[in-house]
Design a protein around this ligand. Structure first.
Ligand SMILES: *Cc1c(COP(=O)(O)O)cnc(C)c1O
Length: 365
């Protein structure tokens, strides 16, 4: 349960924080956790060994390199950009916050494309940014490009998630280019799940053409480091300079920098797990879609958005009777009766399909 804030304390808060509640991930220890889009396969053994060996020799008595120099160079070489085009953060979340801190604020406008990651609106409002929503199609969740381009023309910041969380669909690279052209401010393409899509789906090639483009990545999803907290953005040196100016200098610890360096170096060793997750995604999707009354949207990420009768109850039964944790979006605007299910191992996916099938059958009996 989230901790409560007494009225006496609320009265002291900055107005933009006065109605906030502490973040509650709705976590319950479970046999199978498919609620947070982590890589449930864990690190390959040899990569884990290299990680542990690297961490063992890290001195912890000195402050870390503020800009994560060595990691920054490794990421730059990996993505074919200059080190000055990379900023590393304490998870992608910190970089999102820095982006709103730098480019949002009172009098500034952020264009948001819901349903999407709730953090954008939260951070935008916390730093007093005006949020303009351009809702996705209620059935397909496709972006309304006409409306988005129109809104982008007067925005300081546009945020599009591709693949989108929780709907799983992509924004095309051509549409990302049109956004960068239309927007006088910064365009963030949040590509936290891009490793699960195809190589031609990333907006990264546009970095060579548009100085206002920011592409966000994380080590938390495909690369098994959710517990370490390392993310990075790629952009023009100017935008990276602005992020470097507002960020907390020592937010990425030496341990996290070292862990991410090992993963950057060993990234090819994750390719087979990522390929398995992609094929399991299709298997889980057809397994669930074959059940009566279940709708599954196509996904380019490591999760599926699923609509089914009485979703909230199904989610509770999965948790309480099967010890399977999935994410409940059934009360979220535009996501009536929707759950988000992370693609797990073949055994985990089989267990979810069997459990949902049994729950739906029982409810019909
Ligand atoms: C998970 C996620 C992130 C970043 O997560 P971190 O663990 O903070 O790196 C960013 N954007 C989206 C849409 C995500 O789902």
């Amino acid at each position: 349960m989230a901790q409560s804030i007494p009225e006496s304390v609320r009265a002291l808060l900055r107005p933009s924080a006065a109605s906030l509640e502490p973040y509650d991930p709705a976590f319950t220890p479970s046999r199978i956790n498919l609620s947070a889009n982590e890589n449930t396969y864990g690190l390959p053994k040899d990569v884990h060994r290299k990680l542990v060996d690297a961490l063992a020799s890290v001195p912890t008595n000195r402050y870390p390199d503020p800009m994560s120099g060595e990691l920054r160079e490794a990421i730059a070489a990996w993505h074919g950009v200059a080190p000055e085009q990379v900023c590393v953060g304490n998870g992608g979340d910190e970089l999102l916050f820095n982006l709103f801190l730098a480019f949002g604020g009172s009098g500034h406008v952020m264009v948001n494309v819901p349903p999407t990651f709730s953090v954008y609106r939260l951070y935008a409002e916390l730093v007093e940014t005006q949020v303009k929503d351009v809702p996705r199609d209620p059935e397909t969740f496709e972006v309304d490009m006409g409306a988005l381009l129109e809104a982008a023309r007067t925005a300081n910041l546009v945020v599009v998630t591709s693949p989108n969380n929780p709907t799983g669909n992509l924004l095309s690279v051509e549409d990302a280019a049109r956004l960068c052209e239309a927007c006088p401010g910064v365009v963030l393409m949040d590509e936290a799940y891009m490793e699960f899509a195809s190589a031609e789906d990333t907006a990264e090639p546009l970095l060579a053409r548009y100085d206002n483009l920011v592409v966000l990545h994380t080590f938390s999803k495909a690369f098994c480091l959710a517990g370490c907290r390392v993310g990075y953005v790629l952009s023009s040196p100017g935008v990276i300079g602005a992020l470097a100016a507002v960020r907390q200098p020592y937010s990425v610890s030496v341990l996290d920098q070292t862990a991410a360096q090992v993963l950057a170096q060993e990234r090819d060793a994750l390719a087979s797990t990522i390929a398995t997750i992609r094929s399991e995604r299709e298997r889980l999707s057809s397994g669930l879609a074959a059940l009566d009354g279940v709708t599954v949207w196509p996904s380019a990420a490591n999760f599926l958005l699923v609509r089914l009768p009485d979703a909230h109850q199904v989610r509770c039964t999965l948790r309480d009777e099967y010890s399977i944790l999935v994410r409940d979006f059934s009360q979220a605007p535009g996501l009536r009766d929707c759950l988000r299910i992370t693609v797990g191992t073949p055994e985990e996916n089989d267990a979810v399909i069997a459990a949902v099938s049994q729950i739906l059958e029982r409810s019909r009996a």
